[in-house]
Design a binder for this molecule. Sequence first.
Ligand code: 6PG
Ligand code: NI
Length: 199
Amino acid sequence: MPDQPALPFTFEVLYGEGITLSQFDNHIIRRLSNMKSHFLDNAAYEAALAQEDTVLYEVYEIHRPEIPGELLHGLSIVHPGKVGNEYYMTKGHFHTVLETAEVYYCLRGQGCMVMESPEGDWAVEPLRPQTVLYVPPRWAHRSVNTDSKEDLVTFFIYPGNAGHDYGSIEKQGFRKLVVEVDASPQIQDNPRWLPPEVR
Ligand code: 6PG
Ligand code: NI
C-alpha cells in the first residue's frame, strides 16, 4: 500500500525551566561516553568520565520520511560544562548528501556554531536567543555551549534526505576549537587538524 499523504500538523515549543516540545518521536541522549576522541584533552576526558557519565546534549526529533522534499526538524539542547578548557558541544557532522543545508533558530543560551567545508574553510557564528543561523550546503556543523550555567537550545530544520556523516570529524575534529581562556570563550587552532591535501 502506498503511504498516505502527510496531513498538516502543529506542535508547541514549551518554555519552562527547560525547553521541550509538546510532541516528538525520538529523544536522543548523548553522554560523555559517546564523545570519545571528540575533546582535545583526553586526560581531562577520561578523568571526567571516571567521575560520572554526564549527559552533554539531547535532541528531540519529529520523524519524517528521509526523502527529498521532506524537512526533518527538532530541538537540540547542549548543557553547560567543559572537558578541560573545551566547552561541551555536539559531535558535529557533514551531511552525507553534502549539498544539503540546515537552518538553526536559537531559543535560549549563549554559544556558537563551529563550521567548516571539506576544503578546510572555517567559520564560527554566534548563537544567542533570536539568532537565525544558516548552514550552507557542504558545511560541517557543531554547536558549542559557551555559557557556564544555561542550556544552549536551538530549533533545527534540514532536508529529509541529508543523512549524517560523522566519520571525518571523529578522526581529527574541526579545524577550530572553542575553549575558555580567562573566563571567556576563545577560538583556537586544533593541533590535531590536518589540511585536506596532507590527510
Ligand atoms: C542534524 C542537525 C542536528 C544535530 C544535533 C546533534 O543534521 O541532525 O544538525 O539535529 O544532529 O544538533 O548534533 P550531532 O548530530 O552532531 O550529534
Ligand atoms: Ni546537520
